[in-house]
Every structure is written in structure tokens, then in C-alpha cells.
Ligand binder design. Structure first.
Ligand code: NDP
Length: 263
């Protein structure tokens, strides 16, 4: 039987009229749906011009752009499949062309394959590692050429990278754990230029990827200290903190937004 998990009630979704990111430009990968959409809307509400990438969901991406523009912000959507290195690099260059600079890269686009370790096909290994590891690596590399002092690289990992292990999660956990190595090293390499690199590890967040009415939702919610799923806006609030002045002295960090998963 499928049981719907409780989702924590959303509170503040934007910055109460304060626009701490005014004048900044952000690129959010996978900004058409789910957590990426919430991040794009939140950074725009905080004043940033936002470029967002999508793979197939052009209509949804354009809706996000319209929503930001209706609220008086600037946004631009670009198709960039994470599996396509040239497209990933072009999306970074496109954001700079469009808005004149790049201050914040959010590596959000990601996919999951959950299956017993021994059943995972080579195609799945390539697809997940290219999307969840190679693309963030290449995007960070392309962005680093443009990020000014105060620039931010924020990647979306998973509680499965460090905090909890589930049977069936070997490939996904491997990909997300790789971002820890990337983030910590970027913090060191780019720190002298005043650029920070951090990871946000969501727990169960109600999206298409992990719906709060899915088969394992009640089990996942039950493993959190709060006994509930979170929302994309919960992750977006932490990304906004890292992107803003509050993130000035945070780098190389992994921050859990997981309702106390395995606390
Ligand atoms: P969704 O499946 O709801 O949304 C995924 C987004 O990424 C979409 O915008 C999608 O674009 C984009 N995307 C997927 N594959 C590609 C690709 N190959 N190239 C470009 N864009 C792509 O996922 P979530 O919002 O739930 O997840 C966002 C991030 O958070 C992921 O990295 C995920 O691993 C991580 N995460 C999520 C958790 C959860 O419980 N939801 C928990 C822990 C981590 P399009 O619409 O065009 O397909």
C-alpha cells in the first residue's frame, strides 16, 4: 500500500522584499522543475538575474522565466543536456553573454537510478555519472573562468552521499559522493580568488523525482527526525543563504537540508 508522507508546510519563500542578490547573475542547472525551479525563483526573488537550463521541459522552463519576469525580474532558459559537454559549456557562456557576468553557479540537475548493485547496466552508470558528476565538473570549470571575487559554486548533492545508505542506491550515492571531492578541492583552488564552493545535501524533498506519495515515501519520512518530507523551497533557502552575504565565510562545506535524516 502506498502512503503519502507528510510534507512540512512551506514558510517564507522569498526574501521579504530585501534583495540581497541585486546586480548578481546566477545559472541554475535543471531549473525547470522541482528543487531547481524553487532555487531559480528564490534567487530571482532575492534580486539575481537567473539563467536556467533544462533538458526536455522547455514549456516548464519558459513558465519559470515568465513567473520571474512577471515579478519584475530577469530570466533566460536554455536547453543544455547534462550529457552534452558542449551544451553545458555553452550554457555558461550564454548566461554571461545574456547578462554580462556570472556570480553564482548552482549545479542542481541530477538523475537517480535505484536498482540492486549487480543489476546496474553500463549505460546507466554512464548516464548517471555524466549527469551528476561530469556536467557539474564541466560547468564549474567553465564558470570559474568568469566568476569574480565573491563568486559562488553551489552543488546539490544528497543525504545519500554522506548521511544514509540505502540498498539500491549504489550508483546514485557514488555520483553524489563525488561532488564532495569536487567541492572541497574547488574550495581550496578557488579560495585564493575569493570564490566559495559548497554542497547542499537534501533529504526527501517532494518533487517528481521523489514524490511524497511515492512507494517508499512513508519509509523515507519516517527516517527523518521531523517525520516529514521537505519542499524545494527549503533547499532554495539554504542555497540563497550560501549565495548571499551569509555565505561569505562558508566554503568547502556540506550542509544537510534533510529534516534530520539519520540524526
Ligand atoms: P526532478 O526530477 O524533479 O527535476 C530534475 C531537473 O533536472 C529538471 O529540471 C530536469 O530538466 C533537469 N535534468 C534532469 N536531467 C537532466 C539532464 N540530463 N540535462 C539537463 N537537465 C536535466 O529532480 P529534483 O528536483 O528532485 O532534484 C534536483 C536535484 O536534487 C538533483 O540533483 C537530485 O539528485 C537532488 N536531490 C533530490 C532529492 C529529492 O528527494 N527530490 C533528494 C536529494 C537530492 P527537464 O525537466 O528538462 O527534464
Amino acid at each position: 500500500m502506498t502512503m503519502t508522507a507528510t510534507v512540512l508546510t512551506a514558510t517564507t519563500e522569498a526574501g521579504n522584499g530585501v534583495r540581497p542578490l541585486a546586480g548578481k547573475v546566477a545559472l541554475v542547472t535543471g531549473g525547470s522543475r522541482g528543487i531547481g525551479r524553487a532555487i531559480a525563483l528564490r534567487l530571482a526573488a532575492d534580486g539575481a538575474a537567473v539563467a536556467l537550463t533544462f533538458r526536455s521541459g522547455q514549456d516548464l522552463a519558459e513558465q519559470v522565466v515568465k513567473e520571474i519576469e512577471r515579478a519584475g525580474g530577469q530570466a533566460w532558459a536554455v536547453r543544455a543536456d547534462s550529457g552534452d559537454a558542449a551544451a553545458v559549456r555553452a550554457s555558461v557562456a550564454g548566461a554571461v553573454d545574456r547578462f554580462g557576468r556570472l556570480d553564482i553557479l548552482v549545479n542542481n540537475a541530477g538523475i537517480g537510478v535505484l536498482a540492486p548493485f549487480e543489476d546496474i547496466a553500463l549505460d546507466d552508470v554512464d548516464r548517471v555519472l555524466w549527469t551528476n558528476v561530469r556536467a557539474p565538473f564541466l560547468a564549474a570549470q567553465a564558470a570559474a573562468a568568469h566568476l569574480p571575487e565573491g563568486g559562488r559554486i553551489i552543488s546539490i548533492g544528497s543525504c545519500m552521499a554522506e548521511r544514509v545508505a540505502f540498498p539500491g542506491g549504489s550508483l546514485y550515492a557514488t555520483s553524489k559522493a563525488a561532488l564532495t571531492g569536487l567541492t572541497r578541492t574547488l574550495a581550496r583552488e578557488l579560495g585564493p580568488r575569493g570564490i566559495t564552493a559548497n554542497l547542499v545535501h537534501p533529504g526527501p524533498i517532494d518533487t517528481d523525482m521523489n514524490p511524497a506519495d511515492g512507494d517508499s515515501a512513508a519509509m523515507q519520512a519516517g527516517l527523518t527526525a521531523l517525520g516529514a518530507y521537505g519542499r524545494g523551497t527549503d533547499v532554495a533557502a539554504t542555497v540563497a543563504h550560501l549565495a548571499g552575504d551569509g555565505g561569505r565565510y562558508i566554503t568547502g562545506a556540506s550542509i544537510a537540508v534533510d529534516g534530520g535524516f539519520a540524526a
